[in-house]
Design a protein around this ligand. Structure first.
Ligand code: SAH
Length: 342
C-alpha cells in the first residue's frame, strides 16, 4: 500500500489538486478543507461528501493529530505549557498565553534544533526532525480544543529554527491565514529566526505582512559567535544587510531580540555598540533577561542591569522593551522548551 498523505499539511490549493487527482471536482477539496478546520477528525464525519469518496480518503489519507501528554498551568498568569506527542513518539512543546489583546500561542517548528545557541534548552539534544505543516497546525488545534478558547495570535518561537524548515513553515502560514482555515491575519503572526540570511530575503518576498523577529543577542561578531554558532555562517553585517532588504521590501518594523546574559553581552559598552548597529533603522528591541537553563552555566541579569541597558538604547531613540516573561514558574519561557522532556 502506498503511504497515506496528511491532509492537514495541505494548503487549500493543494487539497483541491489532491481531490482532482482522485478524479473528483476541485470543490470537494474546499469542502474537505472546511471540515478539517471546523475540527472534524475523521472523514466519516464529513457528511456532505459522497460515501465512496469518504472510503477512498480513509484508504489514501489521514488527518494529523497530536496527543496531549501533559499540561502545566502557571499559577502566576493564564499560561499553559503543553507537552505534545508526535506520531513517531518524539515530543514537542507549545505554550498558550493570555494577553490583554487576546490569546496567543508559541508554536514549535522542529523537534529539537540544530542551531546550537549555547543558552537555549531546545538545542541541547540537537535536531530530531522538522515538523510538518500539519504538526504545526495541530499544536494550535489541540490547544484550542483543550482550552475551549480561540487563538488570535501566533509566534513561531517555540523549539526549532523556522527558517531551517522553510517549506513547511510556508505551508503552515498559508493554512492558518486562509479564511476557511484558521483565519488568523498575517499581521497577527510573528516568525523569529536566528538569522538565516537567504531565508530572510525569501521571507520578505513571500510573506511581506508577517512580522519578523531577529535573534541578535550580541553587538559584536566576537560576542555573537561565542554564544550563537550560526554567526560563523551569517555574521552580524550579513544579517543586518538582509534585514535592510526586508525593510526596503516590506516597510515593516523588525523586532530584534536580545537575551541579556550576565557578563556576556550585558555591558553598557555592548549596548552602545548595539546603538551603532541599529540607529536609524525601522526597528524595535526586545530585551529578554535570560531564562536560566539547568547546567549550561549562563546566569541572568539583575533587573537594574536590564534597565541600564534599555536606557542606553532609549536615549539613542531606539524603542526598547524588557520582555515580561509569562509562565516562568512552569519553565514555559523563551529558551526553556526541550526535546523529549523527561
Ligand atoms: N530559532 C528561533 C526561534 C526560537 S527561540 C530564533 O532563534 O529566533 C525564541 C527566542 O528565545 C529567541 O530569540 C531565542 O534566542 C530566545 N532564547 C533562547 N534561549 C533563551 C533563554 N534561555 N532565555 C531567554 N531567551 C532565550
Amino acid at each position: 500500500m502506498s503511504e497515506l498523505v496528511d491532509l492537514r499539511s495541505m494548503t487549500l490549493d493543494e487539497l483541491k489538486d489532491f481531490t482532482s487527482s482522485l478524479g473528483e471536482p476541485a470543490f470537494r477539496g474546499t469542502q474537505i478543507f472546511d471540515w478539517i478546520y471546523k475540527g472534524k477528525k475523521s472523514f466519516r464525519e464529513m457528511s456532505n461528501l459522497p460515501e465512496a469518496l469518504r472510503y477512498e480518503l480513509e484508504d489514501k489519507a489521514y488527518l494529523e493529530k497530536l496527543n496531549i501528554r501533559t499540561v502545566q498551568k502557571s499559577k502566576l498568569d493564564g499560561t499553559r505549557k503543553y507537552l505534545l506527542e508526535l506520531s513517531d513518539g518524539n515530543t514537542i512543546e507549545c505554550v498558550f498565553m493570555k494577553y490583554k489583546f487576546g490569546n496567543s500561542i508559541c508554536v514549535s517548528s522542529q523537534a529539537g534544533c540544530r542551531m546550537g545557541c549555547r543558552f537555549c534548552a531546545s538545542t541541547i539534544k540537537g535536531l530530531a526532525r522538522n515538523l510538518s505543516a500539519g504538526e504545526m497546525i495541530s499544536q494550535i488545534m489541540a490547544v484550542e480544543e483543550d482550552t475551549g478558547e480561540k487563538i488570535g495570535h501566533i509566534v513561531v518561537m517555540g523549539s526549532g529554527e523556522p527558517f531551517d524548515n522553510y517549506e513547511n513553515l510556508s505551508k503552515f502560514l498559508k493554512i492558518v491565514n486562509e479564511p476557511k482555515g484558521l483565519g488568523i491575519g498575517m499581521r497577527n503572526i510573528t516568525v523569529s529566526t536566528c538569522g538565516i540570511v537567504p531565508m530572510i530575503i525569501r521571507f520578505a518576498e513571500d510573506f511581506d505582512q508577517v512580522n519578523l523577529a531577529i535573534s541578535l543577542h550580541a553587538s559584536s561578531d566576537e560576542d555573537r559567535s561565542a554564544i550563537m554558532p550560526v554567526n560563523n555562517r551569517y555574521n552580524i553585517a550579513a544579517v543586518l544587510a538582509a534585514c535592510d532588504e526586508y525593510t526596503e521590501k516590506t516597510k515593516r518594523r523588525i523586532s530584534y531580540e536580545y537575551t541579556l546574559v550576565s557578563g556576556v553581552n550585558d555591558s553598557v559598552q555592548s549596548a552602545r555598540k548595539l546603538v551603532g548597529l541599529l540607529k536609524g533603522k525601522l526597528c524595535h528591541v526586545n530585551l529578554i533577561p535570560l531564562n536560566e537553563v539547568k547546567d549550561n552555566g549562563f546566569v541572568t541579569v539583575r533587573r537594574s542591569k536590564a534597565i541600564e541597558f534599555q536606557k542606553v538604547l532609549e536615549n539613542a531613540g531606539i524603542t526598547t522593551t524588557i520582555r515580561r516573561e509569562l509562565g516562568d514558574d512552569i519553565d514555559a519561557a523563551c529558551g526553556q522548551l526541550r526535546l523529549n522532556n523527561e
